[in-house]
Design a protein around this ligand. Structure first.
Ligand code: SF4
Ligand code: SF4
Length: 387
């Protein structure tokens, strides 16, 4: 018997978890199926969360299937990511109002409740860690990001059914979260029935777990969870040598393959908009028609936008080939030297949501040389939490 892991009913237990987080003062966010895609939104009832939903993903392809099976987490994430809640696509940062000859300034109020993210996959947990490194770094910490991110409670989920565009293990993660969460759920469905194994990752997690109506997990449950992890690992071939990419991509600035990609790339920015670690933004100022009010907004920007690199009267990266090269090599090569962490967690969103079906893995392989990639591929040491 494992005293620090509990078994929850997938429906009543999930509701108890939502209620416990709400009672503890969190704004509970979780997955919902809306307009044919999985998005994250406020959840007050477990019935709003997907049940029996599966997805098929490929380059430029996303399809949802609903069946009668009871699984809660048999899908993989869609275009939406938790980034939207800690770093909104558009937000007001300052408002100035003229009143009787003087000015008053105001900033948006801080969130009234910390977030609880229910159902974060390992790639998503790691993406939040990458964003934290960028946004909370000592040189230029983003106070608004810090407010939204503060005290966020993460309920992570082990991936039991990775999609064909997932490659987290190539980037040193997945399919089971091992860090950065407060609670971790592994969905089990075997001869002993359908159930959720819940394990704590922090003191806060243990406090929430203590009020859940679960039964103690047995060793057989832990073994079953290890089987889920191994099954996913077997479905996730290592597709790029993640740790070696900075060295392998070095010196590729003038590689002719960038022109090949540019012939297909629409420079639409989709890949950067769906990426859970892309952080570029721009600021713009606006005034009201009566000129009594002015406000400044921050919006997501993209290295695929022509004006993003506009310097000294011209764009530094004028061609699509230069912009795609900048994006891929920043993600897989130069981010590491700049931030001390990779810029890619292998979630596959950029491939799935590219309207041209451009696959970051295939393009990286073409630049590096697929023979070199194949020679360097080694099975990754996937961490399995000992509990
Ligand atoms: S790679 Fe795809 S998603 Fe990204 S800018 Fe080009 S066409 Fe758009
Ligand atoms: S670059 Fe692509 S695979 Fe990597 S984290 Fe961003 S969206 Fe995911």
């Amino acid at each position: 018997m494992s005293s620090d892991a509990v078994i929850l009913d997938p429906r009543s237990g999930m509701q108890a978890l939502i209620d416990a987080l709400d009672t503890a003062g969190y704004r509970v966010l979780g997955p919902v199926l809306r307009d044919g895609v999985i998005v994250y939104d406020d959840v007050v009832s477990e019935s709003a969360m997907p049940t029996g939903v599966r997805v098929e993903q490929g380059a430029g392809r996303w399809r949802v299937f609903q069946d009668a099976r009871p699984e809660r987490f048999s899908w993989t994430p869609g275009a939406d990511s938790w980034k939207r809640f800690v770093f909104p696509a558009r937000s007001e940062v300052l408002r100035i109002r003229r009143t009787d000859g003087s000015w008053t300034t105001g900033q948006p109020a801080a969130p009234d409740r910390p977030l609880a993210l229910l159902g974060a996959r390992d790639c998503e947990v790691r993406a939040l860690g990458v964003l934290d490194t960028v946004m909370l770094g000592p040189n230029h910490p983003d106070a608004r990001y810090a407010q939204r991110r503060a005290d966020a409670f993460v309920v992570a989920v082990t991936c039991g059914e990775p999609s064909s565009t997932c490659w987290c293990t190539s980037m040193g993660g997945g399919p089971q979260p091992h860090d950065g969460f407060d609670l971790r759920i592994t969905e089990l469905s075997d001869h002993a029935g359908h159930r959720l194994l819940v394990q704590p990752g922090s003191d806060r997690g243990e406090q929430i777990m203590a009020v859940l109506p679960g039964s103690d997990a047995h060793n057989a449950d832990i073994d079953s969870a290890a089987h889920v992890v191994q099954r996913s690992v077997d479905r996730l071939p290592v597709r790029l040598p993640g740790a070696e990419l900075p060295a392998l991509l070095a010196g590729s600035e003038l590689h002719p393959h960038w022109d090949d990609v540019a012939a297909r790339c629409l420079s639409c920015s989709n890949c950067t908009m769906v990426c859970p670690t892309c952080f570029c933004s721009s600021f713009s100022d606006h005034t009201s028609l009566d000129n009594d009010e002015a406000f400044r907004t921050q919006e997501w920007a993209s290295c695929f936008q022509l004006d993003h690199s506009y310097l000294g009267g011209r764009p530094v990266r004028a061609t699509t080939a230069q912009r795609y090269r900048q994006w891929l090599t920043h993600k897989l090569q130069t981010w590491t030297a700049q931030m001390g962490t990779t810029g890619c967690v292998g979630c596959g969103r950029c491939t799935t949501w590219c309207p041209a079906g451009i696959d970051i893995i295939e393009e990286a392989r073409a630049v590096i040389g697929s023979q070199m990639v194949a020679a360097r591929l080694q099975p990754v040491d996937v961490y399995v939490h000992p509990r």
